[in-house]
Each structure stands twice: as C-alpha cells, then as structure tokens.
Design a protein. Structure first.
Lengths: 252, 230
C-alpha cells in the first residue's frame, strides 16, 4: 500500500517536472522563470532539512486539526441525526455553511486570533470538517431498519445504541471519508500557513513566492507529497485494523 | 386472549385502491395461528397495523389480554459486533434466561452460537433471529416468513418446540406454505384480494403438536379449503 502510493506520487511529481522542463526548453524560458535541473537539485540540497521540519510542523497541525474535525463532526452528526427541529436545523445549516469558501473566512480568523497555532488549527479543522460532517450526518441519520427493529420493538433502543449500530454498519464509508479528508486537512493547513501564518511549509512557500524561487516551491511540493502519502497510508492502515477488529472473522 | 379486527379499511399513501375494505376477523384463543394469502394481498401491512407501524387506517383493533405485540420478519439482522451467543445473553430479559439453552438446542443453533451473524447461513440467521424474539416478553408474536430458508424437518421441530414451551402465548405465522399452515396452525386467517367479499375467511387448521395424531385425510381437506378460500 505504501510503496504503491509513493510510486504513484513519484510518477505524478516527475511528470509535472517534465512538463515544466518541456515548457522551459520549448519556449526558451530563462532560469529565472523556470530553473534548470541542476539549480533545482542544488536548492533541494540547501533547503531540504529546513523544509523537512517545516512539513513535519505542518503535518502535525494537520493531524491535530483532522482529529478535532472528526470529533466535532461526530458530535454534530449525532445531534444532526435527530428528527427534532434541532437536528433539522443542523442539517440545513451544515449544507449551507459548507458551500461558503473557508479561505474567504480565513482572514477574519487571522485578524481575530493572530497568526499562531490556533488560527492554523482552526482553518485546518474547518476545511476538512464539512465533508466529514455531511457524511457523518448522512450515515447517522439513515436507519438500519433490519437491525434497529428488534431494539425498538423491545424498547431497548437508546441514542448510544442507535449511533453504534449505524456507525458499525457504515464503518467502511466512515473510514473512506476519514482517509479522504486527511488530504483536505493537509491542504487546509498549507492554505492557512500560506495566507498569514508564521510557520509551516505553507509559510515557506509564501516566502519562496515572494522571492520568485520556483526551485524552492518544487522542493516543498516534493516533501508535501511524500508526507501526505505517508499520512494517508497510515490512516488507511489504521482503518483496516479497526475494521478487522470490529468485524472480526472469528468468534469473539 | 382476543385479537379482533373490526371494519379495517386502508389505502397506501398516494394510492387510490384500498388494500383493506371493511376487513373483519378475530383470533380468540392463544396458540399457533396463521395469516395466509397470496403475495401482495396485504399480510405484512396488516401485521404492521397491529404493531402500530402503519397509521391512517379506519376501523378498530380490539385486544383483550394482549398487551405486548412483537413483529419479526425474515430480513432482520443481528448486530455484527458480537457472537450470536453474546447477543442472546445480552438481549434476553431475566424471565427468558432459563429458556436460552432449550431454544438453542431445539433450533439446532449450538454449532453457530460462537459465530457472528454474517457468518451464518440464511436458515441459521432466521432461526437465531426467531429465537431471540421468543426469549422476550410478549403476548403475541407475529412471525412474517420467519422460518424462510429453514429445512422442513428443522422447521417442524421448531414449531412443535414453540407450542410446547409457550402454550399460553399467541403466535401469528405469516407463510405462503399451505402444508405448514394447514398442519401446524389452529386458526387460519386467509386474506383475500380486495375484490373478494368477505376479505378474510377463517379456517380451522389441524393444530398438530407433540402427542397428537395427524390424520392425513383431514390435513388434505384443510389444504383444499385453504386453496378454495384464497
């Protein structure tokens, strides 16, 4: 799984680099616009360590933000599944708010909270929160009649059991959505860092952009791709372990 | 114990055609009874009306001595996070705990008690599902095709065990098998199409049970009556 994802990333990354070189040599562009292979290599050697730790910093914020959004989506999803007005209100609100671009709200967050960790974390959580929430609300609102009927008939049904049944029956979907939103968490963190933060790889990309240094940006993209792939593979592995544990092939 | 339907009329939402029109019938004794009829005639709908799962009907359902009605159907599943044994132990009220082993043995479920529901065959799944309902407190249990995919020998053993263990409870068995309902049921409510009047015909079944002889000629007669009534 890991090698396949890394392999796929390498193919895409080097296809992108190759396209840049085709444009560079095809249009006879200067090294200032698109640096040559040797300059990219040299820049890579110069900034690799610093960028690596920047990416690790970004990844740690992404993981925290992702966890935060999973917890929040679960909580709101549990309330949103209710047939009462509050459940209906939350469902409608979630659908409406998710249509609003978080990037447009991000400056307000930076103005209010500054450019520290809290702003990065909040924007990250917000960017990956809504896809999770919509899926969680959908999953937790959908009755599993064939299982729930017995508990309802025998007056045993309560909200915890209902959530347990629906989550268990849709564990594959939940894992897929969580893995999918992992990419969004990384994207969200980088976007927030790019807009205004004072740390992380997004911040480094912004600095490189101010210097018009495409080589640095390409090195940063390489490290982001590798680290995101590792994170997604870890999530997939964790998801498989959870699924195997819950659905167990042998008697318990 | 009495269950009586008086002038029940019902249309599905958005439909102009009534499923039931002035349907009237009654079950007056405990025991193993049947609701029989061709597919689509409204057996499951009538069962759901009984448990309050369908609203918007007219008429009256009178019950005497029946306080707790349960409805089970053959597509139900047990949650997959525990084995069949764990599930039965956690969902059986104290009053039914003593019957678990007896039912498990009679239903032929011993070999699959440590398996999870998804690992069971369709017949085993239906038997496990029925067993957990029988262990609950109920006055009337409606069994909608609950013994589908179960072989004839096991099916007979299960029904006879139910009659022995629960002689004072009421069962309403929904099935398409003429032989089964004719052989095992005491009262057979034959539900007919809306164009027929009356919409139900009540027949007397052979009510076969342990220690009672089954006269083949009488069984054939009952079967013939069911065919004619339907």
């Amino acid at each position: 799984m890991l090698h396949r994802r890394i392999y796929q990333f390498f193919i895409i990354y080097f296809l992108g680099i190759a396209t840049l070189f085709i444009i560079k040599y095809g249009l006879n562009l200067s090294d200032y616009v698109i640096p040559g292979p040797s300059e990219i290599w040299q820049t890579g050697q110069d900034v690799f360590t610093r960028y690596f730790f920047n990416v690790v910093d970004t990844l740690s914020v992404a993981i925290l933000g992702h966890l935060l959004s999973i917890c929040l989506a679960t909580l709101v999803g549990i309330v949103g599944r209710l047939t009462l007005w509050i459940g209906s209100f939350i469902r409608v609100a979630a659908y409406n708010i998710q249509a609003y671009p978080i990037v447009a709200v991000a400056p307000i967050i930076f103005i209010l909270l500054g450019d520290g960790l809290s702003s990065r974390l909040l924007i990250t959580a917000m960017i990956c929160y809504f896809p999770l929430l919509l899926s969680f609300i959908g999953i937790l609102s959908e009755p599993v009649t064939e299982i729930e009927h017995f508990y309802e008939s025998t007056m045993r049904m309560n909200w915890r059991l209902q959530v347990k049944i629906r989550a268990f029956e849709n564990i594959n979907k939940i894992v897929t959505v969580i893995v999918g939103s992992g990419t969004l968490a990384m994207v969200g963190t980088i976007v927030s860092e790019f807009i205004a933060a004072n740390a992380g790889i997004g911040h480094s990309i912004r600095m490189a952009l101010y210097q018009s240094d495409l080589a640095k940006i390409l090195v940063a993209l390489f490290l982001i791709g590798i680290c995101t792939s590792l994170y997604l593979v870890s999530l997939e592995g964790l998801g498989q372990v959870v699924q195997k544990r819950l659905q167990g092939n042998t008697s318990s | 114990m009495l269950l009586e339907f008086n002038d029940i009329s019902y249309k599905y939402p958005g439909s102009i055609k009534a499923v039931f029109k002035n349907l009237t019938c009654r079950i007056s004794t405990p025991g193993f009874h049947a609701l029989f009829g061709p597919s689509g005639v409204g057996k499951t709908t009538l069962a759901k009306i009984m448990i309050g799962g369908v609203q918007g009907f007219s008429g009256e359902i009178a019950t005497t001595g029946i306080h707790h009605i349960l409805y089970t159907y053959n597509l139900e599943r047990l949650p997959g996070w525990s084995s069949a044994r764990e599930h039965l132990q956690t969902t059986t009220p104290d009053s039914g705990k003593g019957k678990i082993d007896q039912l498990v043995a009679a239903f032929g479920l011993e070999p699959c008690m440590n398996s999870r529901f998804a690992q069971l065959s369709l017949g085993q799944q239906n038997r496990t599902n029925l067993a957990r309902y029988l262990l609950q407190d109920f006055d009337l249990l409606i069994m909608d095709e609950s013994l589908a995919n179960v072989d004839e020998v096991t099916k007979e053993k299960i029904i006879l065990t139910m009659k022995t263990i629960f002689p004072n409870r009421c069962f309403l068995y929904i099935s398409h098998s003429i032989v089964e309902v004719a052989k095992f049921c005491r009262q057979i409510l034959v539900l007919r199409g809306q164009h027929k009047s009356p919409q139900t015909v009540t027949l007397r079944g052979q009510d076969y049970m342990d220690g009672k002889a089954l006269v083949k000629k009488d069984l054939e007669q009952t079967m013939l009556e069911i065919v004619n009534a339907a």
